[in-house]
Ligand binder design. Sequence first.
Ligand SMILES: Cc1cc2nc3c(=O)[nH]c(=O)nc-3n(C[C@H](O)[C@H](O)[C@H](O)COP(=O)(O)OP(=O)(O)OC[C@H]3O[C@@H](n4cnc5c(N)ncnc54)[C@H](O)[C@@H]3O)c2cc1C
Length: 396
Amino acid sequence: MAAAGEPHGSLYDTIIVGAGIQGSFTAYHLAKRGKETLLLEQFPLPHSRGSSHGQSRIIRSAYPQEHYARMMAESYRLWERLEAEAGTQLYRQTGLLVLGPSADPEFQSCCRTLAQHRVPGQLFTSESLCRCFPGIRPYCGEVAVLDHTAGVLYADRALRAVQDGFRRCGGALRDGEKVTGITPGVVVTVTTSGGVYRAKTLVITAGPWANKLLAPLGLQLPLQTLRINVCYWQEKVPGAYGVSAHFPCLLAIRANQASHHIYGLPSNEYPGLVKICYHSGSPADPEERDRLPEASALPDIQILCDFVSKYLPGLGPQPALVEHCMYTNTPDEDFVLDRHPTFSNIIMGAGFSGHGFKLAPVVGKLLCELSLGEAPSYALEPFRICRFPAQPHSAL
Ligand SMILES: Cc1cc2nc3c(=O)[nH]c(=O)nc-3n(C[C@H](O)[C@H](O)[C@H](O)COP(=O)(O)OP(=O)(O)OC[C@H]3O[C@@H](n4cnc5c(N)ncnc54)[C@H](O)[C@@H]3O)c2cc1C
């Protein structure tokens, strides 16, 4: 167990529930600001049962939504700072190709936000794409834009680095301690499987478990938890789709009429295997993630098989390896960053769906600012819970 120090009789400034990437960054920012901070995690660390495990995540500025594109410049800077503090590589620049029909509004928005934020980019026709990236065959005549600054974050290493940074600043991390009760008040009391703790503010960053913690506090967010198949595909020629061969990350919009994005990362984490995944999955409770559905209930894998055989002919036609992870989606796939509508010193960060890792340094900063009662660095309107019908306004 990674517990630091003894159970604390006195009052913490903030307790954070959940040591995934969002809770860990929130804790890191608070501890850097000199706040007495306790980070609680139900499982012994490291673990692979939430959303932050695995070796790789994509980082990119190519976002169709302006509010995320705006946050990315600071996010890159904060990742760089963490990398320097940790003295280990957390990011590898590979570039990312957004592939899509040229007239698609989402594709056009990505091109627009890249230009607006002066991110180095490059447009490709179908023909120039095939010339520059012979491993990709744009099957339906799509075009592409390359976000040069994009790349791969080494996720497991990054999570460990931010938790180590938190502890170096004096923060206390207690893993293997499940939060079983929260009593709201001017001072919030948190009961775990290992003790009772008190704090002026509480931040809940519990990933797919968020609604289980919020239910006794009289709140249910419109979150959908999905089991995601993380698929790896064998290269026919070893290294052809690798980082050393300068193969970029990929984000395919409406490829082959798919309803959700398909994304890919060059081979690196498993030699000879390229990660290609569907940006959706099947509804599942996080406690039952590994109860496998019938093969017929795996339409995402069939969609990926079709995509790979048409667009990436240098890969084997079936996944060579499938791992699992959880998404927590809101109906509009925007995050929730807000206060509890009744208990203003309880703050929630949830619904980070399949794209929250890269933004975690900024999300953590915003949750830190909310818990300190400071004006947030970015407008929080897209993230407030009042955007959902039938959800009350937060207690401001
Ligand atoms: C397959 C996959 C691919 C992805 N790809 C990308 C990508 O390329 N780029 C990108 O930016 N993002 C990506 N994401 C999204 C990103 O990984 C998530 O948004 C992010 O990891 C969410 O972190 P979290 O801290 O909210 O949740 P989690 O990592 O799930 O952390 C929540 C933590 O809370 C703990 N907890 C819950 N209940 C309790 C309790 N009662 N007591 C104590 N602890 C509790 C859990 O055990 C868990 O550790 C991907 C996600 C997946 C699953």
